[in-house]
Design a protein around this ligand. Structure first.
Ligand SMILES: [Zn+2]
Length: 278
């Protein structure tokens, strides 16, 4: 009973949105108004450069597709840390996982629409700072995970306190307390915190390269795939590879060696595949 309650009190949830239309970089002007205004290119040319920044906004004002990053992508901190801090790569990440924060950009001038219209958007420098911070801290963690010094622990404490600032406590329907991140950014840092504290073990799928959760205690052999779908995909690819090597005249024993498979299995793949190839 008690342990069940405790489990209930640690649930962290966040529903985030990804816009299926994708994201684009635009210039936005920041003046006295705390909300940056997205500008068209000719508009942007007339602005003093110091009030301008690049922001990434969704291509459409429609609602995005909701998903639950903490449940679906437990290693998002590692995924984001591996993103090259260029506009193109950041836009690709956003197209899969959405914006970093709930900051809104006034897009009235940008879209020619009348009245108020705003879209979520984060500046290039915010994205780059996040990527760099994650990269540095993950590498610090990799180096010191076995025996963190007091300085390293202190460094983590400082950064995490800042990054987890917008996580709040919410009283749930059973009066359990839930932690609720208010942005993808804090959810991502919370995932990192979980990894540091040993609350999740992460592995990287050899097929889709996404990080997935597994239980080190209950699983004896290390899993290589995040899902059955990825396992099947990799299996089919190995078969394809075997057939193409066979067509190029590589002996079956060599193929088996290269693909680290048993000879009868490779023979089976090749004979079964013969019908479908030329
Ligand atoms: Zn996978």
């Amino acid at each position: 009973m008690r342990s069940k309650k405790q489990a209930g009190s640690s649930v962290v949830n966040l529903t985030w949105e990804v816009h299926p239309s994708g994201y684009s970089w635009v210039w936005a002007a920041v003046r006295d108004n705390p909300i940056p205004v997205a500008l068209r290119d000719d508009d942007a040319e007339q602005q003093p450069p110091k009030t301008l920044r690049r922001v990434l906004i969704p291509n459409s004002p429609a609602n995005g597709r909701p998903y639950e990053p903490l449940k679906e992508y437990p290693g998002l901190h590692r995924t984001l840390s591996a993103v090259k801090p260029s506009e193109a790569e950041i836009a690709d990440f956003a197209a899969r996982f959405g914006p970093l924060t709930r900051t809104h950009i006034d897009t009235t001038r940008f879209t020619d629409l009348k009245g108020l219209e705003s879209r979520p958007g984060d500046s290039l420098s915010e994205w780059q700072v996040e990527i760099e911070n994650l990269r540095n801290l993950i590498s610090l963690w990799e180096t010191h995970r076995r025996k963190p010094t007091r300085e390293v622990t202190e460094e983590f404490r400082k950064v995490l306190n800042l990054r987890l600032e917008d996580i709040r406590l919410v009283v749930g329907p059973d009066l359990d307390v839930e932690l609720e991140p208010r942005s993808l950014r804090s959810a991502i840092w919370f995932q990192f915190w979980r990894e540091i504290r040993g609350q999740v073990d992460l592995l990287r799928c050899v097929e889709c390269h996404e990080w997935f959760k597994y239980n080190r205690q209950s699983i004896k052999t290390e899993r290589r795939f995040c899902s059955q779908a990825c396992r099947s995909k990799a299996y089919r690819r190995r078969q394809e590879k075997a057939r193409s090597l066979h067509r190029r005249g590589v002996p079956i024993s060599q193929i088996a060696k290269r693909l680290r498979s048993k000879l009868p299995i490779v023979t089976d793949w090749i004979t079964r595949g013969d019908g479908s190839t030329d």
